[in-house]
Design a protein around this ligand. Structure first.
Ligand code: NAD
Length: 294
């Protein structure tokens, strides 16, 4: 029976560490870390994520700068907001909630964020640095960073182990694989065009599942004792719930927990880590800015 990795508890301790760091930075330099959260339009899910991020900032003493723009905002107007935030010395992190409305090119917006303030770690320069030995990125994307942090804080050895990442997206799969390579794992990526992904996942000591396919990874895909980090959040019909659905991961949890050594639940695994990493990236950025001014 696998040990359950409690992402909620680990995220809480990281938030407490960030809160201490914020207090110490303020005492030493008088500076308060600031995070700007930009949202365009009124998507309910995006509004919920933004609300959660702003609340989490308040809880650890990070100042939030709110920019709620109407759905018909032009790309030029969003770029102007980004420029103001790049120039504002009280803002140490800029987060643009994705997806953006169709009239705005997401990549143009992400490219405009200064790499110092790119606390989501999506700027091509930060991703490029993640690929290069000896060229550390200023920020690493929050969800994959959270996955690795769960492994490290659960005492799971990464160096020399075989890791398989399921999925190759810019925001989760690819950076997760790059992070694991940087920590000396031997890494394979399987994706939607992979022939026989099961036989590849079966070799893994560490599995990071980020395909967005409910229960793709079955118990018999896993090597006994493997550490399994499930990033997937998939809504499946559930008439017993008031909402009519519930969230499940990319891993068949009931089967997998009988085979794995460690496993994250959905919800309560990777989810809470993403915001904790965002807070940590913002604090780190504020520390860099204070050091640069000292
Ligand atoms: P995406 O759709 O951008 O990418 C999915 C990737 O999975 C693609 O690279 C694709 O090639 C691969 N894939 C699809 N079907 C596959 C299959 N049958 N076998 C192997 N690989 C397959 O998704 P994403 O943005 O990377 O997100 C992945 C999942 O993680 C989603 O469920 C998303 O909701 C979740 N997510 C969770 C958090 C969190 O904080 N918990 C954050 C981001 C994403």
């Amino acid at each position: 029976q696998a040990k359950i990795i409690d992402g909620k508890k680990i995220a809480e301790s990281i938030r407490a560490e960030v809160a201490e760091g914020v207090t110490a930075l303020k005492a030493q330099t008088g500076k308060v870390p600031g995070l700007a959260v930009v949202i365009v339009g009124e998507r309910k899910d995006s509004q919920t994520y933004v609300r959660m991020k702003r609340k989490a900032c308040a809880e650890v003493g990070i100042a939030s700068f709110d920019h709620d723009l109407p759905a018909d905002t032009s790309e030029a107007e969003v770029l102007q907001v980004i420029q103001q935030l790049n120039d504002n010395p009280d803002v140490h992190g800029i987060l643009v909630q994705l997806p953006l409305p169709a009239q705005i090119n997401e990549q143009n917006i992400l490219d405009a964020i200064s790499i110092e303030k790119d606390v989501d770690g999506f700027h091509p320069m930060n991703i490029g640095r993640l690929c290069m030995k000896g060229r550390d990125p200023l920020s690493v994307p929050c969800t994959p960073k959270g996955c690795v942090e769960l492994l490290v804080r659960s005492g799971i050895t990464i160096a020399g182990k075989r890791a398989v990442v399921v999925g190759r997206s810019n925001i989760v799969g690819m950076p997760a694989a790059l992070l694991l390579i940087g920590m000396n794992a031997t890494v394979s990526i399987v994706h939607s065009r992979t022939d026989d992904p099961k036989s590849i996942v079966q070799q893994a000591d560490i599995v990071i599942a980020a395909a967005g396919r409910a229960h793709l990874v079955k118990g018999d895909w896993l090597k006994p004792g493997a550490a399994v980090i499930d990033v997937g959040t998939n809504a499946v019909d559930d008439p017993t719930k008031k909402s009519g659905y519930r969230l499940v991961g990319d891993v068949d949890f009931e089967e997998a927990k009988k085979v794995a050594g460690h496993i994250t639940p959905v919800p309560g695994g990777v989810g809470p880590m993403t915001i904790a990493m965002l807070l940590q990236n913002t604090l780190d950025s504020a520390r860099r800015s204070a050091e640069a001014q000292a």
